[in-house]
Design a binder for this molecule. Sequence first.
Ligand code: FAD
Ligand code: NAP
Length: 550
Amino acid sequence: MPDVNPAPAQGATTVDVVVVGAGFAGLYLLHRLRGLGMTTRVFEQATGVGGTWWWNRYPGARCDVESMQYSFGFSDAIQQEWRWSERFSAQPEILAYANWVADKLDLKRDITFETKVTEASWDEAADRWTVRTDRGDAVTCRHLIMATGCLSNAKLPEIPGIDSFQGRTFHTGHWPHEGVDFADRTVAVIGTGSSAIQAIPVIAEAAKHVTVFQRTPNFSIPSRNAPMDDEYENLWKSDYPNRRLQAREMRTGILYPTATVGALEVSEAERLAEYERRWAMGGTAFMAAFNDLISNPDSNHTAAEFVRNKIRGIVKDARTAELLAPKDHPIGTKRICVDTRYYETYNRDNVALVDVRSNAIAAITPKGLRLADGTEYAVDDIVFATGFDAMTGALTKVAIRGSTGTTLKDAWEAGPRTYLGLCAAGFPNMFMITGPGSPSVLSNMIVSIEQHVDWTIDLLAHMRDRGVTRVEATQEAQDNWVLHNNEVAEKTLYPRAASWYMGANVPGKPRVFMPYIGGVGVYRQLCAEIAEKGYEGFRMEGAPARVAAE
Ligand code: FAD
Ligand code: NAP
């Protein structure tokens, strides 16, 4: 199974490709680049592979796309051999899987761990990047591929006094590897996004008391997680190639039953029956109950009201239930959450919900939290489930200087601008895996990662075969893509939510809908057509004379 690497790249200062990040994207990239015969160095700031699943070790962390689908599909040997123990596997198992794949493909020898890429500068005369790290490396490469992740830049809230707290603090995205013992502790959890919704039920079982500080409630659907059923596993494994193909054409990259009718085209009884069926099925397929839930506000309202009523039915305290029932955004316009006994957890005696929308957290004090009205909460531990500087954070943190000397951060001051979410004008030979402007976070991300990697590898092969050493997205193609992105997003309800998709969770971040909402299948087709037309929208040039003479 392992490829024959062109040359061991560990320590090399000149390579064909530098990849930043060793999550699923970086791993698959390295495998494909080796197949192309390209020397590659991968830099990863963590001590191991796995990306998201290396960092997010909080209790309850698990995938919300079924494991039979949230896994690599590029190798039948891999998908047949690995066995998932649950319908939605937990973080330790997903991390073990990432390591297993990396070992099976013998990838780790080309990955430099505990090394953060800090800057990259384009040399216009040589058609090369020079990449620098916090360990003093300086590596030149023809191509730079950012596999830095959409949700890899954990974010603490801007609350005064955050450093003054004398107890323990944790961020879900930087969870201690040795785990955290919450026995006999009083715990504050700040945030009620996907991470909090997974963590709270598990922390509540261990801790003396948990107070959840909620600014915005989210819609959550029960996962109906269960041990993997042998028959179900066999059903998938016996038909994997066909099912993977189908998933790649779906809007979300996830194979589940979709609807051909809108929510208001059926009777109320039929509508409710369908919502009940999806609620019992569990998971994100709930949002595919009708084909207009993300575009028609009235249809969306029926789904939102159904979930609100479920919450009211589960949570015994009426005031708490009302606080937990989201009313400020259409369902699905913030990433829908998937949980295991989240709402039920508020029926426990040791769990309390505090609304910090009407009464904000004014300060973190040495002993706990103080709200705007002066109410104090003394706690032993604070868990920040406060999310990420999503999609752009990891990219703009690296000082990437393109052909004009402008940094990516400056170029994106008014919001990210890309062509296909893969490339940016002014940054030749730089590729992003699941960058802003691609379906990425709106999809089964492993499906999107594989598509981006395959497409990029085809482009690199195309360049090499033709002696092309420089490729750059044209300004015009980029402008048109940004326009198209915005037009498609405006046809949906997504821009109505103050979500991290819009950059709304980071003060000062421009409000732009960042992922491409046209759908994974449609996007794949567009990318394929662009390639077929000789990479329309890209400018390609041959090697400068002195590089050719190297
Ligand atoms: P990542 O896994 O984020 O890896 C990027 C890597 O780049 C990181 O290891 C990081 O350390 C490294 N890096 C970044 N910057 C630098 C730098 N400057 N120098 C060196 N290294 C750097 N998606 C789904 O489709 N389904 C799910 O169920 C799902 N569940 C999720 C659960 C959680 C808790 C989170 C946070 C995200 C989840 N996601 C899910 C999204 C998830 O991020 C992707 O599915 C996928 O794991 C991303 O892989 P990646 O390789 O692109 O990025
Ligand atoms: P998130 O969705 O951005 O949630 C962050 C939470 O912190 C929000 O509830 C936010 O409230 C709150 N918050 C931030 N600052 C605050 C403040 N000053 N005061 C009070 N509350 C504050 O982050 P996340 O939960 O880590 O999830 C991010 C994404 O990662 C998800 O959307 C999903 O794509 C992925 N993920 C997936 C899973 C999974 O199920 N597999 C699990 C975890 C994460 P506001 O909404 O009011 O800003």
